[in-house]
Structures are given as structure tokens and as C-alpha cells.
Design a protein around this ligand. Structure first.
Ligand code: G3H
Ligand code: 13P
Ligand code: ZN
Length: 332
């Protein structure tokens, strides 16, 4: 099975009323841990690479590691998605590399820091849609801005999505899926206490554009046990809270279909490596501690696949390819 267009994975999630995790990946062990969870739970999966990941892996490694996952697990629908593309060239580059989906984060300027106007966002997003759809590639847009800054990405300013603007944005750009800002943020330090998210925004958009798959960024739950493991074995992370799983489940009920998770994977890996090396002072074979990290990613992601409702849906449909999607966009 080739890489699957993300639109198909999300449209199927709309039909089946469940969410699909979009997991950020940067190395082989992360991909293998996620794929082990997907295979075991029979879940379709979105593997996403940020610009930072593309730089870290020199692009070709990420492409071929994901293609290895496709070859290793031919029964699992996998889509490869560009996370937070900042301009047309980055999106074009990812598409040329074989990504089946791109995000153009037009909520921020190319510097990934300065918020754009609605019109600027429409203009860049429309350009990416024109290019990507011509090749059958799915496009995710974003309206509103999240809090939190990851590796210099993000304005640090929260602007919740205006539902009326979101509807106009979807119509003007032709995007396949839209990331909403409902009060989450990127990174480990999201909340100090249990958050109240702006869930009504999801319903307001769904009411006007029924069936549009919506995206929630900043969806890591930052489980206390992962912070505790890191701190028990020498780390110094502050007490923090992420998005509780019950909030994610509620968001899925209301129409969120793509759930972006990066931080929880990072925490799982860091905790496992710290623990392994602290308990095995004579260890120097990287396979031992990278293996422990891979296992921790598997455990963390497996739980999410069950909680998001993705589990059991890998065989529900015959996965399509970019050529099929190209024809659909052309109305053939
Ligand atoms: O949304 C941002 C993701 O967490 C990616 O983070 O740019 O550090 O790879 P990164
Ligand atoms: P987290 O930092 O909550 O994992 O969010 C990741 C994300 O939104 C990637 O686009
Ligand atoms: Zn994000």
C-alpha cells in the first residue's frame, strides 16, 4: 500500500466518528514505536514531520524511514504530513519528497512568529491549495493562533478562532481540513490547572460546514507520570498540565478528527532513556536505551489510539492514492 492521502484518513474518521492521532516523528525509534502501536491496535495513522524534523533528518531520512514503515506494515493506512509549513516553497518541497499532505500555517508570517491578517492567510493558503490539489495532496490550514513557542515557532499570543471567519476561510481557500485555536498551546507547559477549552468553536464551525474534519494542535496530555519519571531520574521539569484526555474525547465528539501530538512522545523518550541509563550505569550499547525509548513511545501512543477511538479502523476501507485524489479534486 502506498502512502495514503490524509484527506481519505480524515474523511473516514468523520464517517466512523473517531479521531486520528498525528504524531510528530524525528527518528527511527519513534516511527517504530508508533507503528507497533498502530499495528497492534489496527489503527490508521498520520506521521508528521515539522520543518525542524526535516532539517534534523536531512529530509531523505524521514522520507525513507516512513516508506520503511509502509513496507513493514502494508495493512496500516499511513499518511505523511508536513506540520506547520511556513511558505509555498516548504510545502512544494515536502510534496516533491512524497508527502501526501501538507499544513500551511498561514496564521503566522514566514518567520513563524508574526501573526498575519485574515486576508494574508487566505492568500498564502489558497496558493498552497492550488499547487497541492493539482497533485492530489491534502492541505491543512490554520486560523487563529495557539499559545506556546516551540523552537522559536509560534507568536506566543493566543487568538481563538472566530467561527464565522473559519467558515469564510474554508470557502475562500478550498482547504481539506482546518486547525482551530480553542485554547491549547504547544509544548509541555500548557496549563497550571485543569483547563476549560473553547469547545463551542468546534460546534459552531461544524454546524456551518458539516463534515469538515477539524484539527486540534497542542494536544499532548503531558501525563504526570511521564514528568515524574523524568524528574525521578535526574530531570528538572516544572509541575505542569496538558490537555486532559476527557477534553480530547469531548473535542472528538464535536468534530475534531486530527489530534496533533508531539510533546508526549518527547517526554516518553526522555523518561525512558533517563531511567535506563540511571539504572544501568555500565550500559553503553545505544540499542538498549533507544530500545527502551521505542517501547515507551509504543505504550504512550497505544493508549492514545484506544482513547481517540482510532483502534480497530485500519481495515475499514480500501486506501486510495494521490492519483485517485487528484481526479477527485478535478471533479472526474
Ligand atoms: O508544533 C510544533 C511541533 O511540536 C514541532 O516541534 O518544530 O520542535 O519539531 P519542532
Ligand atoms: P504538543 O506540543 O501538545 O504535542 O502539540 C504538537 C503539535 O501541535 C504539533 O503540530
Ligand atoms: Zn502544531
Amino acid at each position: 500500500m502506498p502512502l495514503v492521502p490524509m484527506k481519505q484518513i480524515l474523511d473516514e474518521a468523520v464517517k466512523g466518528d473517531y479521531g486520528v492521532g498525528a504524531y510528530n516523528v524525528n527518528n527511527m525509534e519513534q516511527i517504530q514505536g508508533i507503528m507497533k502501536a498502530a499495528k497492534e491496535t489496527r489503527s490508521p495513522v498520520i506521521l508528521q514531520a515539522s520543518r525542524g524534523a526535516l532539517k534534523y533528518t536531512s529530509m531523505f531520512y524521514i522520507k525513507h524511514m516512513v516508506l520503511a514503515a509502509v513496507e513493514n506494515d502494508p495493512d496500516i493506512p499511513i499518511s505523511l504530513h508536513l506540520d506547520h509549513g511556513n511558505n509555498l516553497d516548504t510545502c512544494k518541497e515536502a510534496i516533491k519528497l512524497g508527502f501526501t499532505s501538507v499544513m500551511i500555517d498561514g496564521s503566522l508570517k514566514e518567520d513563524s512568529r508574526t501573526p498575519t491578517t485574515f486576508e494574508e492567510n487566505v492568500e498564502i493558503t489558497r496558493k498552497v491549495v492550488d499547487h497541492a490539489h493539482g497533485l492530489g495532496v491534502t492541505v491543512e490550514g490554520e486560523l487563529g493562533t495557539l499559545g506556546g513557542i516551540e523552537d522559536g515557532v509560534g507568536s506566543g499570543i493566543v487568538k481563538l478562532t472566530d467561527p464565522d471567519e473559519a467558515v469564510r476561510f474554508i470557502q475562500l481557500t478550498g482547504i481539506d481540513t482546518l486547525a482551530l485555536a480553542i485554547g491549547t498551546s504547544h509544548g509541555a507547559y500548557k496549563f497550571k490547572a485543569k483547563p476549560t477549552l473553547a469547545m463551542d468553536i468546534i460546534n459552531a464551525v461544524e454546524e456551518k460546514v458539516p463534515g469538515i474534519p477539524l484539527v486540534m494542535h497542542g494536544s499532548s496530555s503531558v501525563p504526570a507520570y511521564l514528568i515524574d519519571i523524568i524528574n525521578k531520574y535526574g530531570g528538572k521539569l516544572e509541575k505542569t498540565m496538558g490537555v486532559p484526555m476527557e477534553s480530547i474525547k469531548e473535542a472528538i465528539k464535536r468534530g475534531i478528527r486530527k489530534i496533533n501530538v508531539d510533546t508526549d512522545g518527547r517526554l516518553a523518550i526522555t523518561g525512558a532513556i533517563r531511567k535506563y541509563l540511571s539504572e544501568n550505569l555500565d550500559a553503553f550499547d545505544p540499542r538498549t536505551y533507544f530500545g527502551a525509548a521505542r517501547e515507551a513511545v509504543y505504550q504512550t501512543v497505544k493508549g492514545k489510539m484506544v482513547d481517540f477511538g482510532t483502534a480497530g479502523h485500519a481495515g475499514d476501507y480500501k486506501p486510495g492514492c494521490l492519483e485517485d485524489m487528484k481526479k477527485k479534486y478535478q471533479g472526474k
